[in-house]
Structures are given as C-alpha cells and as structure tokens.
Design a protein. Structure first.
Length: 275
C-alpha cells in the first residue's frame, strides 16, 4: 500500500552521530496516528536522499545545497582527538592542533570536518570510513580528529578522547527540500524548535463545523447580557427595580404626608389675635 492522505507517514533521515530519539518521542506523543520511519544515511549521501524524495526531512551535517534544500541549524559539536588511553596527550584536559604536530593524524574518506589537510603527519593511506580509522587508532597507527558524537558512537574501552580547542567544528541541522515543505514537515520543525502542541505557527488550525460553530454562537448569545442592563447578582432585574420604585414611591408619599401634617400642625399652633 502506498502512502496517501488517509494513511500518512513521515520519513526522517539522520547521519551517524546524530541522535533523533528525543524528537521522535515527542512526535509519537503528538501524532500517534502518523508513523515516523528513521532512515540512516551517510553524510555524503544525505543531500541526495532528500532531493530524491527518499526522506521527507533529515538531521544532517552542514553545509547543504541551499539552492534546493532548506536548513535550520540546531547545534555545533565539540571536536576531539581520539587516542589510546595511555597516549601522552591524555595528561591534558584539552589540546590544540599544535599538540598533534608530531602525530600521524588519520583522515578517513567520510571525514565531516571539511579540512583539506589535517594537522600532523599524514598516514600512508586514507581509511575508507571513520570506523576503519578507529580500528587503526586502537592499533597505535595514529590518532583521529572527529566530532565528539562520532567518538562516542565508536567508543572502545581501550580508547579515549580530548577536546581540540582550535580545530574545525561540525554543525548539525534539520534540512528538507524547499519545494516540499508539507504539513508534516512543519510539524517536525515545530517539535525541533520546541513549540508547544497548541502553537499555530506554520500550520492552519482546523476550523469548527458549522453546527458546532452555530451552537457556540447561540450559547454566547444566551450568556451575553442585554444592552444597557446591569448584572448585579441573580435576582431578576424587574423585581428589583420595581421594588425599588415602589419603595421610593412609598417613602416619597410618607415624606409628603409628614410635610403636610407638619405644615397643618404649625398653622393650628399659631395664636389667634383678639379683636
């Protein structure tokens, strides 16, 4: 069965050293009905995989071809030198390229640091892969300079590594074909950027059905007070205002009667002149 609008799926490519697990977990929580398939690719093949549509997006190493691919840089890795545990440079917490000047520095064909010539002495030949270079380091043939995630990926008990402060660095980015920015790609961009599940950026939120919208409007109309009225409690306004007017009238009548009675009494109390 091929993918369709009724059965969507999302394919995420990633290169060695990159760990997409934390973003995949968020995807599974937010989109449990859309399966996410991980596709591991070599760094040199990542751009082709995205351009050919074999993946919807990828966690790749920069640079990428920006004429056809969009990219959001995520982080830049520390560069380290992988050496045997008893190597002299392990006495320092970190080193510089000058500390490798007398070392044979291996330069595998799948190198991701992008330098034309590593420091130190070149090896007799270039290893085909980083994994092959790690085996040569374990055999005391030379040292290897790689992003820290690759040193961890190829960890061995007899090897260790130290940061190289002035070496080139590798940056990881989320990339996808610029002309294929689908809703699912936007969803994954939101996850990588830390947007909340209720964020509307980049997506058109679904509109309520007409019946539900009409019911909501009627409910709002029932709750909305009439223009000019005051809502000061739950007692009906007419009963309250009518009672107030009646009380005011009675009070006014009592005051009027008292005034008339007072005036009449005043006239009766006035002495009459004798003729």
């Amino acid at each position: 069965m091929t993918d369709s609008a009724d059965s969507p799926s999302f394919r995420l490519a990633y290169v060695p050293g990159v760990t997409p697990a934390k973003w995949v977990r968020v995807w599974e929580q937010r989109s449990p009905d859309v399966p996410l398939t991980l596709v591991q690719v070599e760094p040199a093949e990542a751009s082709d995989v995205l351009r050919d549509g074999r993946a919807d997006a990828g966690l790749v190493r920069l640079p990428v071809d920006r004429t056809v691919l969009s990219a959001i840089p995520l982080y830049t890795e520390t560069t380290v030198a992988v050496v045997p545990k008893d190597h002299v440079i392990t006495a320092a917490e970190e080193i510089t390229l000058d500390d490798l000047a007398d070392e044979v520095v291996l330069h595998p064909l799948d190198d991701v640091l992008g330098w034309e010539r590593p420091p130190g002495e070149p090896a007799f030949e270039r290893p085909a892969t980083t994994a092959d270079a790690i085996e040569l380091v374990a055999a005391n043939i030379g040292v290897l300079v790689v992003p820290q995630s690759l040193a961890r990926l190829h960890h061995r008990r007899d090897l260790t590594y130290r940061p190289v402060t002035d070496a080139p660095q590798s940056s990881v980015a989320l990339s996808w074909p610029e002309d294929a920015t689908t809703d699912l790609v936007e969803d994954f961009i939101g996850i990588v950027r830390g947007r909340t599940v209720n964020s509307t950026r980049g997506r058109t939120r679904p509109q309520p059905e007409k019946g539900a919208e009409k019911g909501a409007e009627q409910g709002t109309a029932r709750r909305k007070p009439a223009a000019g009225s005051r809502t000061t409690g739950t007692t009906p306004q007419g009963a309250r205002s009518g009672g107030a007017r009646s009380g005011a009238a009675k009070s006014g009548g009592a005051r009027g009667a008292a005034a008339k009675g007072g005036a009449k009494g005043a006239r009766r109390g006035k002495p009459r002149r004798r003729s």
